[in-house]
Write a protein of this length. Structure first.
Length: 329
């Protein structure tokens, strides 16, 4: 088949010069909406049915399932490596400190089991993670977006890679932008996807340094509203490892844009939330969501989730379709 001039140009550019990884990846990544239409036509409906049943009784799993997709994509790409268990000879991503609080693995396993019954060996665990994140968001009154599918599952998962690649709640704006740029994601993707903090909870130890010992001198974080500090100190003692705090107080089970109001008032729970005010572009987006009644946040969130879902995917003959999500075939 003759290659079109535009595709030929992309291939030549990818071979000759260093480009952001995703630019080269986009031409041949093999993802598309409806990838399983012929091979497993009910795949997405089966995942949705599983998610609807889970979310009806355990809506608090919505945020963890969204986070699971995020943590998967930032380490080795969206290829399901976060689902793999450690073995006798290897410590997997799942056991890295930032991932110890991840939940929802049993939901992915449940959806995988249901899909396997209908279409054995066809649908990847990585795609189920991406679909579950969307369906969980919708169940919490959030946006719907078309999920591109066609990912295959990776065979490698290493604890050290999670420590190096995952953004931290302690990151400043410079570090955040660097981490996201390394994945081919933009400033807008950063500020939009940070809006996912509108749902869910966090353990106190993810932010107590801001309340008690920010610079090592027993002080508080000046970027955090002083009145909010007092309220958080009432909930979290300095050594608290177990208490959970709502990231978006009052509506942590509803996906909305209220997160940006909190950030604008210097009440974002994490340093990474407050950091969005330290860049003119991300700050402008925050303020836009606060002051405009007709919000484009839901639409933007779907677009950025699709972009994130393309990071370093395995397609075609790469990787495998796992039979069980927690182990390689």
């Amino acid at each position: 088949m003759q290659m079109t001039s535009s595709k030929f140009l992309v291939v030549m550019l990818c071979q000759l010069i260093v480009l952001p990884f995703l630019f080269c990846l986009a031409e041949g990544q093999g993802l598309k909406v409806g990838f399983y239409d012929k091979t497993c036509p009910n795949a997405e409906a089966i995942v949705k049915e599983t998610m609807d049943r889970v979310m009806a009784v355990a809506p608090s799993l919505g945020a963890p399932l969204l986070r699971l997709h995020f943590h998967d994509c930032f380490v080795r790409g969206c290829e399901g490596s976060v689902l793999l268990n450690s073995t006798r000879n290897n410590q997997a991503e799942k056991d890295a400190f930032p991932n110890l609080s991840l939940r929802g693995f049993q939901v992915i396993d449940r959806a995988k089991l249901a899909v396997e019954k209908a279409c054995p060996g066809v649908v990847s665990c990585a795609d189920i993670v991406a679909l579950a994140a969307r369906d969980a968001t919708v169940a919490l009154k959030g946006p719907y977006w078309q999920v591109e599918t066609g990912r295959r599952d990776g065979r490698v998962s290493m604890i050290d890679e999670a420590l190096v690649n995952l953004p931290s709640s302690l990151d400043n704006i410079t570090t955040l932008l660097q981490r996201w740029h390394q994945k081919g994601l933009s400033r807008k993707d950063l500020v939009v996807l940070s809006g996912g903090h509108t749902i869910g909870t966090s353990h106190c130890n993810a932010f107590t340094n801001r309340l008690y010992n920010f610079t090592g001198k027993g002080d508080t974080d000046p970027s955090l509203d002083s009145n909010y500090i007092v309220k958080l100190q009432e909930k979290c003692k300095a050594d608290d490892q177990t208490t959970l705090v709502e990231m978006d107080p009052g509506s942590f089970k509803t996906f909305d844009k209220h997160y940006y109001t909190l950030v604008s008032k210097r009440r974002g729970l994490f340093q990474s939330d407050s950091a969005l005010l330290d860049d003119p572009n991300t700050r402008t987006y925050v303020n836009h969501q606060v002051h405009h009644l007709k919000s484009n946040f839901f639409e933007d969130f779907g677009v950025s989730m699709v972009r994130m879902g393309r990071v370093q995917v395995l397609t075609g003959n790469a990787g495998e379709i796992r039979k069980v999500c927690s182990m390689v075939n």
